[in-house]
Design a protein around this ligand. Structure first.
Ligand SMILES: [Zn+2]
Ligand SMILES: [Zn+2]
Length: 246
């Protein structure tokens, strides 16, 4: 039955693809393949992928081997962070359109580039970084949950958008020191069902990763609830220009 509805969906999708020519995810010009970029945008995209520190994913210094000095000194609660691309005008444009524009198409494009970064061998559970309910009401949906749903479909792994709740609203963390950020997000998240977490690998899903403090706060409660391992996959990540290896 599932494969039958799957076949219908695939068929409907190909009809839709036929009716609407695929457009570049960056600028909207018509391209040959769905979920791709035109040559001009492709040149601009800074793919991060599997490079960098094996733990935090940030570019390594010449003297560092596989893990950066910061992660060696203080291992983060998130054992592995990966982002598809660096945060710039183009990836920012996609993140904004995910919030306000062609949501499902954009979520699919993001998932297309994020999926290869998710390890599926220990049957992880995808958990989108939650919004506080007042933000959810204002926007009507959680953009990270849309991406998590597409990833779950693509990778055939579990997705639990209700597992983690944001119980407190937090102000923007921009401009705060690491200690202030940590204090601001402490206690902002709660696990709804601890049994669903115990012993599992959880992969947090976020659209844009900036300081990582929010994701780290999510990881802290997940670990406290017994998660065996917490990883993170995001669409874009803010990387200092000096950290990019061009
Ligand atoms: Zn383009
Ligand atoms: Zn690191």
């Amino acid at each position: 039955m599932a494969s039958f509805t799957g076949a219908i969906r695939t068929c409907a999708q190909s009809l839709l693809d036929f009716a609407l020519p695929p457009r570049c995810a960056g600028c909207g010009t018509i391209v040959e393949h769905v979920h791709s970029f035109c040559p001009d945008c492709w040149k601009q995209v800074e793919f991060l992928g599997e490079g960098g520190c094996s733990c935090c994913g940030l570019p390594l210094e010449a003297t560092e081997q596989t893990t950066c000095a910061r992660c060696l000194a203080t291992p983060p609660k998130i054992a592995r962070s990966r982002a598809a691309v660096a945060y710039d005008d183009l990836s920012r444009g996609l993140a904004i359109r995910l919030k306000y524009g062609r949501k499902v198409a954009i979520a699919r494009t993001m998932a297309h580039y994020m999926a290869p970064l998710v390890r599926t061998d220990d049957e992880p559970v995808l958990v989108p970084v939650p919004l506080h309910r007042t933000r959810l009401w204002a926007r009507g949906f959680n953009q990270s949950a849309l991406v998590a749903r597409e990833l779950s479909r693509r990778l055939k792994i579990a997705n639990d958008p209700l597992l983690l709740r944001r119980i407190r609203r937090t102000p923007p963390l921009k401009g705060m020191s690491p200690v202030q950020r940590r204090r601001t997000v402490a206690g902002a998240f709660r696990i709804v069902d601890k049994d669903a977490v115990a012993g599992r690998t959880i992969v947090l899903v976020d659209d844009v990763l900036t300081t990582g403090s929010t994701a780290e706060a999510c990881a802290r409660v997940l670990k406290r609830a017994g998660a065996a391992r917490v990883e993170l996959v995001s669409w874009a990540r803010v990387v200092k220009p000096s950290q990019l290896m061009r």
